[in-house]
Design a protein around this ligand. Structure first.
Ligand code: ZN
Length: 268
């Protein structure tokens, strides 16, 4: 079916060639346009919508990504399960570049980002104790393991405001708290997915050690870009495998996130 998709992928533009029979869909939402045109196509038997998080030309820095428009646009295409690959820094000496962390917890250290759809017409409090889809996590861990990745099943992703990297003291503080990886885009993406009753799974690819766990000068932009470029092909096959392994019918609780709550508007 044209312009419909079951699974959404929000990630880097290196993932475009994932899709067969790809078509571009230009969408707008009550929250403005998403990061870019959405590409809808197939991976095996599954219909997939791909959205480049930062835009095709990387024009949206992490703190300016239209997060609400992105999740809304995907849901309006029929998407109910979202895979979210992204680059992160590691807070653990034992998880170096090339490890894939599939976090089960999140700490929000962003500021000033709009993190809800429900800011008028009555309060809507979704449960967020477990921010990630358990099914999506299990699938991601299993396909990454069979793909030979250095896989970390669980862990805490701390999301910072950016666009700067952490100071050494901030990074050491995160590490002392036992948190696992640090990134800039995992929030509010995860909570907005929950507010739309979508399944959301983070695939956090470690590109470097964060400032608090490495002895050198700290993270540079060049390091991150260089590392990500060399891992794009691997990431592409991981995402494709995860898409094909996701169950068609959802049995997790993500779809019931809004049950019994009176919403101020209809969801797309
Ligand atoms: Zn789910």
């Amino acid at each position: 079916m044209v312009n419909r998709a079951d699974i959404g992928v929000i990630g880097g533009s290196g993932l475009y060639s994932l899709l067969d029979d790809a078509q571009e869909v230009e969408l707008t939402t009550p929250y403005g346009p998403p990061s870019d045109v959405v590409t809808v196509g197939r991976i095996g038997a599954r219909s997939v919508a791909f959205l480049p998080r930062h835009g095709r030309d990387h024009r949206h820095p992490p703190h300016r990504i239209p997060y609400r428009a992105n999740l809304w646009a995907l849901r309006s295409l029929g998407v109910r399960q979202v895979l979210a690959p992204s680059a992160v820094g590691s807070l653990k000496a034992e998880h170096g570049p090339g490890a894939i962390v599939v976090p089960d917890q999140l700490v929000d250290r962003t500021s000033g980002r709009v993190q809800t759809y429900y800011d008028a017409g009555g309060a809507v409090h979704v449960s967020f104790a477990d921010p990630y889809c358990p099914t999506g996590r299990a699938v991601a861990v299993s396909v990454a393991r069979s793909g030979g990745w250095d896989i970390v099943d669980g862990g805490t992703l701390v999301v910072i405001e950016g666009p700067r990297f952490s100071t050494r003291a901030e990074s050491q503080w995160f590490a002392r708290n036992g948190w696992t990886v640090v990134g800039m885009t995992g929030f509010p993406e995860a909570v907005l997915a929950r507010e739309l009753a979508l399944c959301y799974t983070s695939l956090s690819l470690v590109t470097d050690h964060d400032a608090g766990v490495e002895a050198g000068e700290g993270v540079t932009h060049e390091e991150v870009l260089r590392f990500f470029a060399t891992n794009v092909t691997k990431m592409r096959s991981l995402v494709a495998d995860a898409v094909e392994a996701l169950p068609e019918e959802r049995t997790c609780a993500c779809g019931s996130a809004l049950d019994g709550i009176k919403l101020p508007f209809d969801l797309p």
